[in-house]
Design a protein around this ligand. Sequence first.
Ligand SMILES: Cc1ncc(COP(=O)(O)O)c(C=O)c1O
Length: 365
Amino acid sequence: MARLPVREEIAAAEPYGAPQPPVPVRLNVNENPYAPPPQVVESIIRRVRRAAGQLNRYPDRDFGELRSALTDYLIRESCVADLRPEMIWAANGSNEVMLHILQAFGGPGRAVSAFEPTYSMYPEYARDTFTDWRPGRLEADFTLDAGHAIGHVKRAGPTVVLLASPNNPTGRSLPLTTIDAIARHVEGQAIVVVDEAYGEFRRPGRPSALELLSQHRHLAVVRTMSKAFAAAGARLGYLAGDPELVGYLRTVRLPYHLSSITQATALAALDHAGLMLGAVAELRERRDRLAAALAAMGFEVVESDANFVMFGRLADRHGVWERLLARGVLIREVGPPGWLRVSVGAEAETLAFLRALAEIRKELE
Ligand SMILES: Cc1ncc(COP(=O)(O)O)c(C=O)c1O
């Protein structure tokens, strides 16, 4: 039989995705462990029922009501006053928002840079938009040195720079001075996208890159409702940036990309932002306790501003991952060799993980 004429780089690739085995303790994809409270579920049902009655019509393609609700939310969350609905873009998860960015600002003959280890989907956006992937490296302690980063960007010449802050899988966030220095350097050459998927988990006192928006028209900040907002299933990611930049994303999106059901669900969740985000402070505290417990067990732990912790160094990380799975605890084998990443779960899940890890360490001694 003749082979399908698929692109070579697609034929050779494994589809992205963490395993989803039905185990009792799932700490592998940085979800919020708490389901939406019943009153939020009721609000979602009410809004979705209304939307269902009009499903013969296409949705509001520019999602005006949702843009306003996201603007209000960001102003409250980050205390940044000068945001307006025309500065907001949204799509099916922040993954799709960033794909729109690469569709508009990347492409053949262009390049995108980020600093590894970082979110493993970035090279996939590059591949899928025919954009060259030219990553730099973080320092040995997983910080980003502004001078090195600028040197890399000078050599690599990207039109898009992706900076995850807090970064996945390390958990570290970037100082605004570093983001600002890179943005100043690439002005006129590249846009800078700060991926704040885990932004709401940053420790108190750490500002959001939203504060830099008024100084840089070529900067955009990406957020998601999948993590702190406890709505990964809704698939709603969004961005704040200059209206001109947002206009280009509007050009590349598919018609009516945000379904009326998605818009209704996101609006209902945003109506209850306080409840949806209710567990963030608790998860932050548990993250810090989890990091301290791992350090007390003798592991190296990277300081995290996210809802996960990366720990090492393990001579046989795959062996440890497998032994955890055998005990019903699923974490993520990701990042540099010798390190594993664990999401902050509910109290019982985190304790189950620590107990299993302590047993495994004894076994391996
Ligand atoms: C750094 C980072 N950015 C973006 C995403 C994508 O999230 P979503 O598409 O659910 O908004 C993730 C998901 O894990 C992530 O870790």
